[in-house]
Write a protein that binds this ligand. Structure first.
Ligand SMILES: Cc1cc2nc3c(=O)[nH]c(=O)nc-3n(C[C@H](O)[C@H](O)[C@H](O)COP(=O)(O)OP(=O)(O)OC[C@H]3O[C@@H](n4cnc5c(N)ncnc54)[C@H](O)[C@@H]3O)c2cc1C
Length: 500
């Protein structure tokens, strides 16, 4: 007799949800339904696929969820993609892994299977690196096509940054995903195809062949309102439309802001906070209590003439170590949208450690959007930022910066004692790397099952117990790949052959 397939609902067809759907539907004993609040890939016009137009998405031209993040009196607009592919359809395309010590610290906290030696093979298997095909650190047949921007594709400010920093003694790094080469100056690897078009996880993993699988159903424009919970067992979900869907297991991949919001609305979260909102508590867990992000100041510059280039917003960067060895910041000029006139750009410095003390809380309003409190700056932030500011001050004096003819718009002496406070007051930026709101450890076990609840997992940026020192989207891909494997490995009839 054929097995009745196990019904899995994936809430959110974003970066992680697309990967999970593709991998789980490889298994004939599973039936996968993806419920995505936004539209399907057909919304991918040039605005999504053309890397030069990514900043337009940030201005709201694409399908995005714009959630304000409160940083004292400042409000940082926090956007996430709301469509198949999720934030991988609006992000800066940068494809970094973080550092071995970041993952080793996860394992050291008791999370078996998450050390660098465990996860590096997953990073490698996810990519086809068009520049380093045969290197032991890179993959040759994974779904994500990756390469570095070429000089002829880069904008004028980004080239001036590269050349000026080199002039001032920065060490060039050929592969910023090779931890042994860091710190140093390099070019972002990005997830683009041979025609230099954005590759979202939906495009890369949910190919027409995968979508044709009979055990995979993708439902765009299906916003999940709450999880259905009977005691401590999740039995399905209820959609905003009022429809209910039953399942044997639900995996929430709605992103680091929306996943905790959904869990809390469903009665999984800090009991006192849920009670304040009149929500019945199914599990008292510190959901939304430990938001991390890479935060830092931005300095605005202008130069004459067009931006130049055809590359995306993140091109050349300095990966800095304020003590000389321990990597702790990224500094780079963010490329603005293409235009003909004078070009304004933001020189961003992002601290790669986070205090982890940001929060996602239920809002007092009826619209179900979360309230997000930015994490305070991490320990020793001033010394770390001053190191970066000193390097940028040297760059301002370089021949390459002078040849570009760029100047700060509201000039600050970057070496002055008040420079950091002034820059932060004017522009505190988020790298968009929100993680850690349903962390493995306190909220999830090492297989990302929600503690005290059956039939429920989380498998997106929320699960990371601490923030890796790299851009976070590839980490989400890695998490989803590994959770898919763990779910398949836990099936009663699983054999090693099925996983090969
Ligand atoms: C502006 C910006 C630029 C960035 N640039 C980079 C970069 O260059 N490189 C990098 O590595 N990282 C970057 N990041 C971060 C990175 O893209 C994210 O960490 C990652 O994509 C998050 O993936 P996720 O799966 O956790 O969530 P998402 O990809 O956001 O997916 C969540 C999905 O869930 C859906 N959803 C939400 N609520 C519901 C609901 N109730 N019902 C159904 N569906 C729902 C959403 O519509 C969305 O599709 C950037 C982030 C931002 C904001």
């Amino acid at each position: 007799m054929p097995n009745t397939p196990r019904r899995i609902l994936i809430v959110g067809g974003g970066t992680s949800g697309s990967v999970l759907a593709a991998r789980l539907s490889e298994h004939p004993d599973l039936h996968i339904t993806v419920l995505e609040a936004g539209p399907d890939d057909h919304v991918y016009g040039d605005g999504v696929l053309d890397p030069t137009r990514a900043p337009e998405a940030w201005l709201g031209a694409q399908s995005v969820a714009l959630t304000p993040m409160f940083n004292g009196d400042q409000v940082i607009p926090m956007l996430q993609g709301r469509m198949m592919g999720g934030t991988s359809a609006v992000n800066g395309l940068a494809t970094l892994r973080g550092l071995p010590q970041d993952y080793d610290s996860w394992a050291a906290s008791g999370l078996e299977g998450w050390a660098w030696d465990d996860v590096v093979s997953t990073f490698i298997a996810a990519e086809t690196d068009m520049d380093f095909r045969s290197s032991p650190l890179h993959g040759n047949d994974g779904p994500l096509t990756v390469r570095r921007w070429r000089r002829d594709e880069m904008g004028r400010a980004q080239l001036a940054f590269l050349d000026g920093m080199l002039e001032k003694g920065a060490k060039t790094v050929t592969d910023i995903n090779d931890p042994s080469q860091l710190p140093g100056l390099g070019v972002f690897p990005v997830t683009i195809d041979a025609a230099a078009r954005r590759v979202t996880t939906s495009r890369a993993y949910l190919t027409p062949k995968v979508r044709a699988r009979e055990n995979l159903s993708i439902r765009p424009n299906a916003e999940v309102a709450t999880l259905l919970i009977d005691g401590t067992r999740v039995t399905g979900v209820s959609l905003a439309s009022g429809e209910t869907i039953e399942a044997d297991e639900v995996v929430v991949t709605a992103g680091a802001l929306w996943t905790p919001n959904m869990l809390m609305r469903s009665g999984i979260g800090p009991a006192d906070h849920l009670s304040e909102h009149g929500i019945e508590v199914h599990a008292d867990l510190p959901v939304g209590e430990t938001l991390s992000d890479h935060i830092g100041p931005g300095i605005r510059y202008r130069h004459d003439g067009p931006r130049g280039g055809t590359a995306g917003p993140a091109q050349s960067l300095l990966i800095g170590a304020s003590d000389g060895t321990d990597v702790d910041y990224h500094a780079f000029p963010i490329a603005p949208p293409l235009s003909d006139g004078p070009t304004e750009f933001m020189m961003a410095v992002f601290l790669l450690r986070s205090s982890g003390q940001g929060k996602v809380r239920l809002a007092d309003t009826d619209d179900n959007w979360p309230t997000v409190i930015a994490p305070p700056l991490p320990d020793n932030a001033t010394a770390r930022l001053q190191h970066a500011f000193n390097r940028i001050a040297e760059w301002e004096e370089s021949d390459a910066a002078n040849a570009l003819g760029c100047a700060q718009i509201e000039p600050i002496d970057l070496r002055a004692p008040e420079a950091i406070a002034t820059a932060l007051e004017r522009n505190t930026l988020s790298y968009g790397h929100m993680v850690g709101t349903c962390p493995m450890g306190p909220v999830l076990d090492a297989d990302c099952r929600v503690r005290g609840i059956t039939g429920l997992r989380v498998a997106d940026a929320s699960v990371m117990p601490t923030i890796p020192r790299g851009n976070t989207y590839l980490g989400c891909v890695m998490v989803a790949e590994r959770i898919a494997r763990k779910m398949i490995a836990s099936l009663p009839n699983h054999t090693a052959k099925e996983l090969a």
